[in-house]
Design a protein around this ligand. Structure first.
Ligand SMILES: [Zn+2]
Length: 168
């Protein structure tokens, strides 16, 4: 995993933005307010935040974060990408506590990122990753599979089979 996280997009903020932009805007930046495609310019001032564009149609600035799970978050994009990579690479998922320890971030940030990342894998209105509504992640299953037995059903099946739930 250390090798995977040494990739530029996990270490360099500018590279992280470039990577997300390439995935969310394959045909160039799109204004989230008016949908404008052609008249968006990247702002390059010294005090300008990384990844800021300005739409010349509606005259508003925006970044690739608008309308995604990254919106309204002060956590650097490279840390978001690290967290998502860790969450998706672990077969049984990663707790917020583990993310907090592994990444050296606050528990609050870890909790926030894991919740938002899991939210993004749900189907429904908030599916910003994967514009066609399909989210593909390797290895990990987020949430409970429909056919997976619940704890109660397991206990009932064990009781019916004459086994004690506590025996192994
Ligand atoms: Zn616009």
């Amino acid at each position: 995993m250390a090798d995977v996280l040494s990739h530029k997009r996990f270490q360099d903020e500018e590279e992280a933005y470039k990577w997300v932009e390439a995935h969310l805007w394959p045909n160039g930046p799109v204004c989230p307010r008016c949908g404008g495609l052609d008249r968006n310019t990247k702002l390059r001032g010294k005090s300008t935040r990384i990844g800021t564009y300005k739409c010349k149609d509606c005259r508003k600035p925006f970044t690739v974060k608008v309308g995604t799970i990254f919106e309204d978050s002060h956590i650097p994009m490279r840390l978001w990408l690290q967290a998502i990579a860790l969450l998706c690479a672990s077969k049984k998922g990663i707790s917020s506590n583990q993310l907090h320890r592994m990444m050296g971030i606050t528990l609050k940030s870890a909790w926030f990122m894991s919740h938002r990342s899991r939210e993004a894998t749900r189907s429904g209105s908030l599916t910003p990753i994967g514009s066609d509504g399909i989210v593909e992640i390797d290895e990990t299953i987020q949430g409970r599979q429909a056919e997976a037995p619940t704890a109660r059903r397991c206990a009932a099946a064990n009781t019916a089979a004459g086994r004690s739930a506590t025996s192994s």
